[in-house]
Structure formats: C-alpha cells, structure tokens
Write a protein that binds this ligand. Sequence first.
Ligand SMILES: [Fe+2]
Ligand SMILES: [Fe+2]
Length: 361
Amino acid sequence: MSAGAIRRSWRPAARIVLWQFEHGAVGPSARQITTLSGLSLPRAVQAEAANRVIGLPWAASRLAASSTRGSLTLPHIRLASNSSALRSEDEDKDESLELANKNSDKGDLVRSNYWGITPKENLREDGTPWPWNCFRPAQTYTPDITIDLLKHHKPENWEDRLAFWSVKALRVPTDLFFRKRYGCRAMMLETVAAVPGMVGGLLLHLRSLRRFEHSGGWIKALLEEAENERMHLMTFMEVAKPNWYERALVVATQGVFFNAYFLFYLLAPRVAHRFTGYLEEEAIYSYTRFLEEIEKGNIENVPAPAIAIDYWRLPKDATLKDVVTVVRADEAHHRDVNHYASDIRKEGKQLHEAPAPVDYH
Ligand SMILES: [Fe+2]
Ligand SMILES: [Fe+2]
C-alpha cells in the first residue's frame, strides 16, 4: 500500500493522532505513554509511527512484516513524564526500548494515552509496587473493631416500626434462599448494601446544587459508605463466585431496589436512613453468624484475599475470619451513621446542620 493510500485510508481518530505525532504534540520529546493500540490502523502506518514516533525500529520491522490490518500490539512502552526534560532524547529511547523489551516478554498491550495524563505510581510502605487501581493507599484504613456491635435503635414511632419490620420482612426470603451459605449471602447482600449510600449521596448532591447550600460533609460521608460497601463486594467475590442465577437475581434486585430506595429517600429521607440503619443491624447479625460458622469449622478459614489485606491493612497472614471481623465493624459504623442521620432529621433539621462523620474510611 502506498503512503498516499495509507493516509487516505486513515480513520479520523488515527489522522488526529498522526497529526499530533508529526507536529510534536505527542512523541518522544513529550515523553508520554504512547500507543496506537485500538486505533485499528493498517500495519504499515503503525510501523511508520513506531519507527518515527516511538523510535523503536524493531517494532517497525515486526509490524511491517505483517500484512493484515489490526491493532498495534506493542508491549507496554512507558516514556517518562514531561518534567524530566533534562534527560537526553537518546536516554529516553534507551529506557523505553529496555522497558518495552522487558515487558514484551509479558505480552502486555500498550494503552492509548495521548492526553498527557500519567497515573500516579504508588508504593506500599515496604516499597513494593501498589497493585490496585481500584483504590489508593490513602483510601485504606484500620477499622475500629472495638465498636459496640449490640447497639440497637429501639423503634420510637410508626415510621421507625415500618422501617424495622420492612427489614425484618426482607430477611425472610434471604434466609430461605441462602440458608447457611454465608459467603454467598454476604456477597449478594453487599450488592444491595452499596445502594443506599449512593442514592443518599446523589440526592444530597443534587439538593446542594439546587439550593446553593453546603452539604455539611454528608455527600462525602454517604458516598464513602457506598464505596466501602462496594469494596466489601470486591472482597467477597474473591471468596465466593456467583453462578448465573445468582447474577440474574442481583440484576433484578438492583433494578427494583435502586428505584424503590430512590423514591423512598426523595419522599422520606428520615425513614430511609432509619431503614438503612436497621439493614446494617441485620448485616452485623449475618456476619456474626458467618464468624460462628468459621469458628465451628463449617466454613474453611481460608487466607484473606490480597485485596482485603491491602484495603484494611491486615497482616499478611490474615484469614477470612479477620476479613469478616473488619467488615462487621464497618457495618456497625454504617449503622451508627444512618441512625444518626435519621435522628438529625427527626429533630426537624437538615443533615448539613450537623457535621458529617467523614473520613472514617
Ligand atoms: Fe457491607
Ligand atoms: Fe454496611
């Protein structure tokens, strides 16, 4: 294929990237993570770019040898940040080539990034690379496992009783469905537990925008709760794998529960927080039963998933029992936050009138 034909055949996105290469907006001097992967360029174009822009003749020759059209599957090529302009271009190329060759053995694909955004690299305290991109070291924490697990808000009026008995009623089908499969039960319930915080945070966010008022930190507190619940799910899915009908159940439940809770919170936020408080009380009960089954040996006390060790700063030899213990402490914290929120509303105040318990996590 001639160069002219190649240029005429380039798709718009590819043309933009190549224009940037030619005008120096992206290239070795810009020293960004660069790739053509995913643009589905003709191999000849990729080869040209690999040679001219990335400066990897070996990649160019490899690509030129291929006659089919497809994505550029160069190994991961990391060119350093813009701030290291004092280094020579040759040094950069050598470094890139060395890294590219090293990574080619692993078969990593290059990610497209011509926006100049390089994610911050994190390390563990012992200097080893941070393996998670779903949370950062600053978001990890040590839960307060001394929290009172038996605290219970006694229903004081008919709305409280409605919230209390609604949660009790929801437990019946849950008990029937899962029985003593606590790992699976925990995983499935976390898919529901992560919804109220997100709905509350969303609606408070919209209220803040609508009414030109601060949230008192409650948006952050509720979104933190939702994220923490989602991390519970990310942890338990390492222990229990859902089958197809359990996944279908999650989809159906989420469709119903999200919309119902959204309306519920819109109409009666005080009762919605009370409902969530009682839901968390039930979660504490479920995790206590889970721990009992582990202690009796009915559930194997397997090593804790790696994600849990980093997220809760657990010791390296932590087990499932340790994980359930810290998750239960989180649920107790959610319980207190939601009952507290409901109590603030009960006094006829808006949440922002009382400072939110932020930064627990
Ligand atoms: Fe949870
Ligand atoms: Fe919770």
